[in-house]
Structures are given as structure tokens and as C-alpha cells.
Design a protein around this ligand. Structure first.
Ligand code: FAD
Length: 278
């Protein structure tokens, strides 16, 4: 059982709780991006098991009228075992999702996985009938070049600041430099993409900048934020534009919950207050 404290950031342990959360989000006009927690598998059985679960999940979503999609992590589908395992599992999910009309996002992990992740995305985006999207990280030096290619590929692109610290020469870690890169990538996307832009950020400055760029270029876009972070802002923004919430769920919630609590003082205070109030 997930303690109430962690339920702010994780929808529950089962598909049923994740779908119920999606239903509640939809009532606030917010879409749900469901993510089964799990990563860095070093043997096939867990990677294949999570692939099976995703296939069942997209069938379940397809049987509802929910505004919901999924987001998968390459290392959850077997990338640490072998690129071929990741690609085969991803293809299986995308094939099932295509038949159910469900969109599939591919998360981006550390910089050593960027090439194989973008390759897999590009192949599926060009060849499959399914809607697919990929995440790119503004803190990597290569991202402006990747965006040039991605502008020519069908599918969506989620721009994030980046959750993994890249080594020197590969990317930046200084916050002001990352913010500057995020703005620059965002501008490139609004300028060169015809559609398919997702702003994956909680940062009011970046969300305002996206609105300015939209007013200038007219390119449609959506905002994506994590479950439990700036929930009121998500509801408010959804009155004006498409907003999607990234919704983690599943048995492996503990390390994800600690990551959320550690990353910001407010989250740690929230956790401490909840613990003290019993
Ligand atoms: P930050 O620089 O962390 O914060 C900027 C400002 O945003 C803060 O000053 C504050 O005003 C506001 N803010 C941020 N967090 C909070 C909070 N908890 N409470 C209140 N205000 C807050 N990273 C990857 O590397 N790969 C992925 O595939 C990936 N997918 C993601 C998907 C989504 C939908 C989102 C939202 C993020 C994803 N990330 C991913 C994480 C991302 O890279 C960042 O680490 C994370 O979003 C923090 O950056 P930020 O843009 O929100 O702004």
C-alpha cells in the first residue's frame, strides 16, 4: 500500500488506480500521461513483464474514452540489456497502442542513451500509424542539432531541462545556463516545428515564454507537468491550453517518491508536515 504521503506524487500501485486518477484529471480538463515506474533492468523478464503491462494498459485506455496516453523509459524496456531488446519491446507497445489509438511518449534517460532513443523514435514516427513522441533535454549541447532533425520527423517532442547531470563537454549543469538553453531550444521549436511541441516544465518563466512564442509564431503546443507539482497551476492553465499531467504509478514508487522529496525544499517540508500530523 502506498502511504498517503506518497500519493501526492504517485497515482497508486495498479492500472485501476492510475486509470481512476486519469478520470479525475480529465474532469479538470487535464490529460494523463501514465508511466509504470521501473527502470534499469538488467535481465529480460522484468523488461518483458513491463512491456506486457504497458500493452494491457493501452488496451484498457483504448476501451475507455479517457484523455490518456503512456510514457515509457528505454531502460525499463531493456536498453541496459541490449538495444535490440529495447527496440523490440517498444515496437510491441507502439503496435498495440496504434491499434487502440493511444499515444506513446518515450522518456529520455542519460546522455549515453540519446542516440539509440532518438533512432528508435524516428523509425517508429516515420513507419508506424501510432502517435509517438520523444523527450529531449535542454541541458545537452547536442539538443539544438537534434531539434533540426526532429523538425523534419512526424510526431511530438517534449522539451525538458534534463534530470541527469551531463559530464563537461556534453552538457551544462549551471542553472542559468540550462535556463538559457531551454529558452533557446523552445524558440527553435516554435520557429521550425509545425506542431507537436510539448513544454515539459513547471517553471512559470518557461511557461510564460512558451505563451509569448505561441503568440508570435502561432505554433500549437501543450504543457506537461508532473503529478503533485503545481497542481493548481495545471488546472488554471488547462482553461487556456492543452495540459497533460505525467502520472507515475506501480509497485516501485519508493525511489521515485524520495527523488521528488529530495529535489525541492517545499516537497521535503510537505513530507515532514505530513509525517508530523500522523
Ligand atoms: P526547475 O528549474 O526545477 O524549477 C524552475 C521553477 O519551477 C522553480 O523556481 C519554481 O518556480 C517552479 N517549480 C519547479 N518545481 C516545483 C515544485 N516542486 N513545486 C513548486 N514549484 C516548482 N527529465 C528527463 O531527463 N527526461 C525525461 O524524460 C523527463 N520527462 C519529464 C516529463 C515531464 C512531464 C516533466 C514535467 C519533467 C520531465 N523531466 C524529464 C524532468 C525535467 O528534466 C526537470 O528535471 C524537471 O522538470 C525540473 O525542471 P523544471 O523545468 O520543472 O524547472
Amino acid at each position: 500500500m502506498i502511504p498517503p504521503l506518497a500519493r501526492r506524487f504517485v497515482a497508486g500501485e495498479t492500472e485501476a488506480t492510475a486509470l481512476e486518477h486519469a478520470r479525475q484529471l480529465n474532469q479538470r480538463d487535464v490529460g494523463a500521461i501514465l508511466n509504470l515506474l521501473g527502470e534499469h533492468y538488467h535481465s529480460r523478464p522484468p523488461a518483458d513483464r513491463d512491456t506486457d503491462t504497458y500493452c494491457r494498459l493501452v488496451e484498457d485506455i483504448g476501451n475507455t474514452n479517457l484523455e490518456a496516453c503512456i510514457s515509457v523509459k528505454p531502460s525499463q524496456l531493456g536498453l541496459d540489456i541490449e538495444a535490440g531488446v529495447f527496440r523490440a519491446n517498444l515496437e510491441r507497445i507502439v503496435e498495440t497502442a496504434a491499434s487502440e489509438g493511444v499515444f506513446v511518449w518515450i522518456d529520455m534517460e542519460d546522455h549515453t542513451t540519446t542516440d539509440v532513443t532518438l533512432d528508435a523514435f524516428e523509425t517508429l514516427a516515420r513507419e508506424s500509424d501510432a502517435g509517438v513522441g520523444v523527450c529531449v533535454q535542454a541541458n545537452l549541447e547536442r539538443t539544438p542539432k537534434d531539434l533540426e532533425v526532429l523538425a523534419t520527423v512526424p510526431g511530438k517532442v517534449r522539451l525538458v531541462k534534463g534530470a541527469y547531470d551531463p559530464p563537461e563537454g556534453v552538457g551544462f549543469t549551471e542553472k542559468s545556463r540550462v535556463d538559457e538553453a531551454y529558452r533557446s531550444c523552445l524558440e527553435t521549436m516554435f520557429e521550425t516545428f509545425e506542431e507537436g511541441i510539448a513544454v515539459g516544465s513547471h517553471d512559470p518563466a518557461m511557461i510564460d515564454y512558451a505563451a509569448e512564442l505561441h503568440a508570435e509564431y502561432g505554433t500549437p503546443y501543450e504543457v506537461q507537468m508532473l503529478m503533485g507539482v503545481r497542481e493548481d497551476a495545471q488546472t488554471d492553465l488547462a482553461r487556456e491550453r492543452a495540459v497533460w499531467q505525467y502520472v507515475p504509478y506501480g509497485g516501485k514508487w519508493l525511489s521515485y517518491f524520495y527523488r521528488r522529496v529530495r529535489e525541492r525544499k517545499e516537497n521535503a517540508l510537505f513530507a515532514a508536515r505530513a509525517l508530523l500530523s500522523g
